[in-house]
Design a protein around this ligand. Structure first.
Ligand code: NAP
Length: 243
């Protein structure tokens, strides 16, 4: 039975990935920061009851917390096949109004959090000569977005890091890829005002927001044996919003 770690699994895209990996028969180490109730609800509703699930509540932007997450996964399961770096936040503001704190918090969670988890798992994956890492970036990291200077920087950084890690770890069969979602219906995008959403919709050829399960589909492919010759890539799942 394979094992996967998913960060930010209590809701949205992370929860959809967790559900999919449960259906695929993975043992799961599920990280979240604050939302214990929705984390428990998700696990209670898992269709596959044959697998083992461990939850680790911690802040992945903290280097030691991230180490604890990885250590706990290996303590429980001995080996980990897959790491999905999904936890992320937004703190939107236009540049002249953006505070240092808004910039730092987004970089710390989205970029440093991804580094922290990859850093701590890398030695172990190299040693086991197998690993699949998928980092959740964003269309905003590719195209930029007004009001999201901090978020765009963090998600573009994730892409640079993904490619560099793929170059370092490939020789030991550790594959590192990114998924760049477009606008996906979650609490994160629920915060966007309707007029802005309607405006965005005009630029999406498929004329709808994506669903968290669309991202789970991409992740399922990238961690499957069908993707065993793919590393250092960014798979866009955005309804054609950015090509
Ligand atoms: P969401 O619904 O807001 O969920 C975010 C998840 O991340 C929650 O489980 C949250 O945990 C967790 N989290 C946040 N900060 C954390 C931290 N420091 N340590 C551990 N966990 C933390 O977001 P989402 O829309 O599903 O987004 C998931 C990922 O996809 C993010 O990286 C986001 O940037 C990316 N993305 C989303 C979209 C979109 O349209 N939704 C588009 C492109 C990329 P708690 O709730 O327990 O605090």
């Amino acid at each position: 039975m394979k094992t996967a770690i998913i960060t930010g699994a209590s809701k949205g895209i992370g929860a959809a990935i967790a559900l999919r990996l449960n259906e695929l028969g993975y043992n799961l180490v599920l990280n979240y920061r604050s939302n214990t109730i929705s984390m428990e609800e998700l696990i209670n509703n898992f269709p596959n009851k044959e697998t083992k699930n461990v939850t680790v509540q911690c802040d992945i932007s903290n280097y030691e917390d991230a180490k604890k997450l990885i250590d706990e996964a290996y303590d429980n399961f001995g080996t980990v096949d897959v790491l999905i770096n999904n936890a992320g936040i937004t703190k939107d503001n236009i540049l002249p109004m953006m505070s240092e704190e808004e910039f730092d918090q987004v970089i710390e969670t989205n970029l440093k959090g991804t580094f922290n988890c990859c850093r701590h798992i890398s030695k172990r994956m190299l040693k086991q000569k197998y690993g699949r890492i998928v980092n959740i970036s964003s269309v905003v990291g590719l195209a930029g977005n007004a009001g999201q200077v901090n978020y765009a920087a963090s998600k573009a950084g994730v892409i640079g890091m993904t490619k560099s890690m793929a170059r370092e770890l490939g020789k030991k069969n550790v594959l590192v890829n990114a998924v760049a979602p477009g606008f996906i219906q979650t609490e994160m995008t629920d915060k966007i005002p309707d007029d802005i959403k309607n405006e965005m919709m005009k630029n999406i050829p498929l004329q709808k927001l994506g669903q968290p399960s669309d991202i789970a589909d991409a992740v399922e492919f990238l961690i499957s044996e069908k993707a065993s010759y793919i590393t250092g890539q960014v798979l866009s799942v955005n309804g054609g919003y950015y090509m």
